[in-house]
Ligand binder design. Sequence first.
Ligand code: IPD
Ligand code: CA
Ligand code: CA
Ligand code: CA
Length: 266
Amino acid sequence: VTKEVETLEKVKQQAEEWIREAALYIKKEMKGSFAVNTKAHQHDLVTDVDKNVEAFFLEKLSETFPTHRLMGEEGSFEQIKDLSGIVWILDPIDGTINFVHQESNFAISIGIFLEGEPIIGFVYDVMRDELFSSFKGNGAYLNGEPLPKLPKNALNESILSFNAGWMLKDRRLEKLVHSSRGIRSYGVAALEMAYVASGRLDAYISFNLAPWDIAGGYALLQEVGGKATNFRGEALNFLEKDTLIAANPWIHDEIINTIYNQDNKQ
Ligand code: IPD
Ligand code: CA
Ligand code: CA
Ligand code: CA
């Protein structure tokens, strides 16, 4: 076991190096011109930069850790039907709309799983140079500084994050606007989960996220005592899209109750 942990420590160091290298590439490309395409609809963009960052990780993994598998948003996920062995779950750029329109508020997200368990987490805010990282059993960090366990909290003193589209889809979320201290919306799921892990937000809620949106942030949350489930309160499975409530553990269940236990008079 000690040997395995040592090896995984090396994997973590290597991942951090590659993340920083990918970030330099992203920053360089951002200053030039790159192709932007829509995927399913106008809310869903992809650029050549997203694809090239994923290709970079694919190449690095096959050279350095040939037994590790990659589940990335821009195509490599198609090869992954289970989480046996070591799987890197990668979002090469989370918040592509922000990348294209704002040139900030986007992240590289990686969760490294061993036999289905998150061991290593990274969420890197490229423009702010904020690296959130974690190693199972060894805590979560922001730029090397340990993040404390999440403190006791109440919904009326909490800042929640979800996007306007979700409120249009399910008006029961309105109740959360009234019951909380405030609502924010950043458009970058991985970073919003990292903000929950670091206490900048108390919960992040979404109706539809993929494994690569949440894997890195989930690993971070595990280390600070955060609670992340789908809307039914069930464990996340990291092979399919699902709903998400990632929260301070003291308000997680209250959020589910606030959404689902409303009378119809509201
Ligand atoms: C998206 C962002 C966004 C979330 C979407 C994701 P992408 O990821 O995380 O905040 O609301 O559901 O698909 O496409 O920018 O990697
Ligand atoms: Ca996308
Ligand atoms: Ca994403
Ligand atoms: Ca993405």
